[in-house]
Ligand binder design. Structure first.
Ligand SMILES: Cc1cc2nc3c(=O)[nH]c(=O)nc-3n(C[C@H](O)[C@H](O)[C@H](O)COP(=O)(O)OP(=O)(O)OC[C@H]3O[C@@H](n4cnc5c(N)ncnc54)[C@H](O)[C@@H]3O)c2cc1C
Length: 302
């Protein structure tokens, strides 16, 4: 990037996270086919009027979606006024291949990456096997992205602790180490109790680290699907939440309404308690996210 651009550039994500107004962001996944991609562009267009601080595009399990993730992220950088955050993982890729993706992002005007270890190709609960010429932990990717230059770096955080971590304190040590290595913000895994988020923030602040931690929000619109996803990523679907859905399990509209109500209340509690933003995992659909956003806007919270 020319020196003058670097001097003029103000990082919109850092600015939003430091401001009094919550940063709102939306996460998408790279679709498998053209039809899914059309749906994704419709969703991105539908959500644009909400003026998100950023949107992010996941990197498929096992690094399988690499080309599509990069292509979609680059197109957002080119065609949209909303900055994209490209997720990037270590799965199935050598250090040289990962370095190439980082450089490709920078060349295409993508200025933010979410530096992740990634989920193994056999699923999130399968044992982690690094690529023989690759890296073992996300912190090494944070370091590599810093060396590459021109990128602001985000990382993953886990309100309930990462499932492989021996305890939540050790997991907070890992997050703080990533911040000290150059991560500028974190986005959390889905969770359903505000307390878990605030306790994570407390553990990080107790380590003298001011890393902004944005809560990841996954509204429950289909109980079986979310229960499966939560189990895979090691999040606990609390009994009190499950009990809200049991009597209405056969009524899709009621499930959806309850899921939106619960997610809205979680967002209210998080923002009231000082969360710097909300990151919505949209599953490439806009209506539920819009509804939650509009309720929060009516409350004057976003
Ligand atoms: C917001 C968000 C977005 C995500 N997007 C994607 C995506 O796009 N694609 C995808 O495949 N997955 C994604 N994931 C899932 C994520 O890749 C997995 O949860 C993965 O298991 C952990 O990634 P990490 O970056 O936290 O890894 P790491 O920081 O490497 O941590 C992994 C484990 O190793 C431990 N650890 C870390 N460093 C050390 C060390 N130096 N010594 C010893 N132990 C250590 C940690 O405590 C943890 O148990 C996402 C997760 C979140 C929260």
């Amino acid at each position: 990037m020319p020196a003058t651009d670097a001097a003029e550039y103000r990082d919109p994500i850092a600015e939003a996270l430091a401001s009094d107004r919550p940063a709102v962001s939306f996460e998408f996944f790279p679709p498998k086919d053209d039809e899914g991609e059309e749906q994704l562009w419709r969703t991105i267009a539908d959500l644009a009027p909400l003026e998100p601080t950023f949107v992010s595009v996941t990197y498929g399990a096992g690094g399988s979606s690499r080309d599509r993730t990069v292509r979609i992220t680059e197109r957002i950088a080119r065609e949209s006024t909303t900055p994209p955050v490209g997720h990037l993982t270590l799965v199935g890729q050598s250090r040289a291949e990962i370095e190439l993706v980082l450089k490709q992002y920078v060349a295409a005007g993508v200025r933010h990456v979410l530096a992740l270890r990634g989920d193994p190709a056999d699923g999130p609960r399968a044992p982690w096997e690094p690529h023989p010429d690759g890296m073992d932990h996300a912190i090494e990717l944070v370091e590599l992205a810093r060396e590459t230059g021109g990128l602001s770096i985000g990382v993953a955080a886990f309100p309930e602790g990462h499932p492989d971590a021996p305890d939540r304190d050790t997991d907070a040590d890992v997050l703080v180490a990533k911040a000290r290595a150059g991560a500028e913000f974190a986005i959390t895994q889905m969770f359903f109790r505000a307390r878990d988020y605030f306790e994570l923030v407390e553990r990080v602040r107790a380590r003298d680290c001011e890393l902004p931690i944005v809560p990841g929000i996954m509204p429950i619109l289909n109980v079986a699907q979310i229960a499966r996803m939560a189990e895979l990523c090691g999040a606990d679907l609390p009994r009190e939440v499950v009990e809200r859905f049991e009597p209405i399990a056969e009524d899709r509209a009621a499930v959806r309404a309850t899921g939106i109500e619960l997610a809205t209340q979680l967002c209210r509690d998080l923002l009231d308690g000082g969360a710097p933003g909300l990151h919505f995992m949209t599953l490439n659909r806009s209506p539920a996210t819009r509804e939650i956003f509009e309720r929060l806007r009516a409350d004057g919270l976003v």
